[in-house]
Design a protein around this ligand. Structure first.
Ligand code: GLN
Length: 226
């Protein structure tokens, strides 16, 4: 049995509870992270969706901005939606501070205000089974640096990108019952990711492969958009 990683979910604001459930479904021990001390016990961290400006303000108030950046220098971080905005090097529309853990340029609310949210079927690199992606006032990734690996696109734009030990999704994988994206991150946090063989398709669990958790399996529908 491989070690079960302890993964924190930044619980200052946003949909952290849904991420905790998704991480548990994907085989991790999930805990809320609110302080510098909380970070010390973690193998990885999820920065959830929410409102990135509010999160920045709270990170500042809690004196967590620098500790988070430091954490990300050696430990895996997975940012979804607002979390992806925080992980990027550069943020547009309007420009704002970010942790600069991944070489990305991200435009906030990139799909415009008329269509605030949508559910789309996307394909992940190397995966036959499509993934249902929930977008909520999502950013658009406008630039991916040379070390970034685009794992999925929607309408031609990257929506799931991995760079070394970090991962971002502009959609909300925690809102469907499909555990594949969280499972990928759990493996990264368990230390099973290697840069050289960092293909989505080669990072697999023992026994239950990532294909075992396709759409239509447990929880889909009941989880829904919260
Ligand atoms: N629009 C939000 C922002 O710019 C992100 C939305 C989300 O996380 N669902 O921070």
């Amino acid at each position: 049995m491989e070690k079960q990683p302890t993964i924190g979910v930044l619980a200052l604001q946003g949909d952290f509870a849904a991420h905790m459930r998704a991480l548990e479904r994907a085989g991790a021990h999930a805990v809320e992270a609110r302080s510098r001390d909380d970070l010390a016990q973690l193998d990885g961290l999820v920065i959830p969706g929410g409102e990135s400006t509010t999160m920045l303000k709270l990170l500042d108030e809690e004196h967590l901005f620098e500790p988070l950046r430091e954490f990300g220098r050696s430990k895996p971080v997975f940012g979804t939606c607002a979390g992806a905005i925080l992980l990027a090097r550069e943020v547009l529309h309007p420009p704002q501070a970010s942790l600069d853990l991944m070489d990305l340029t991200v435009e906030r609310n990139g799909y415009g205000r008329q269509i605030d949210s949508r559910i789309a079927s996307i394909r992940i690199e190397g995966e036959a089974q499509p993934l249902e992606a929930v977008f909520i006032r999502a950013p658009i990734i406008r630039r991916v640096g040379p070390k970034g690996r685009v794992l999925a696109t929607y309408q031609g734009d990257p929506v799931l990108v991995q760079q070394g030990i970090h991962l971002v999704a502009t959609f909300h994988p925690e809102l469907t019952g499909d555990a594949r994206v969280h499972r990928q991150f759990v493996k990264m946090a368990a230390g099973r990711y290697t840069e050289a063989r960092g293909q989505w398709t080669v990072i697999r669990g023992q026994g239950s492969g990532i294909r075992g958790q396709g759409p239509g399996v447990s929880g889909r529908g009941s989880a829904g958009i919260e």
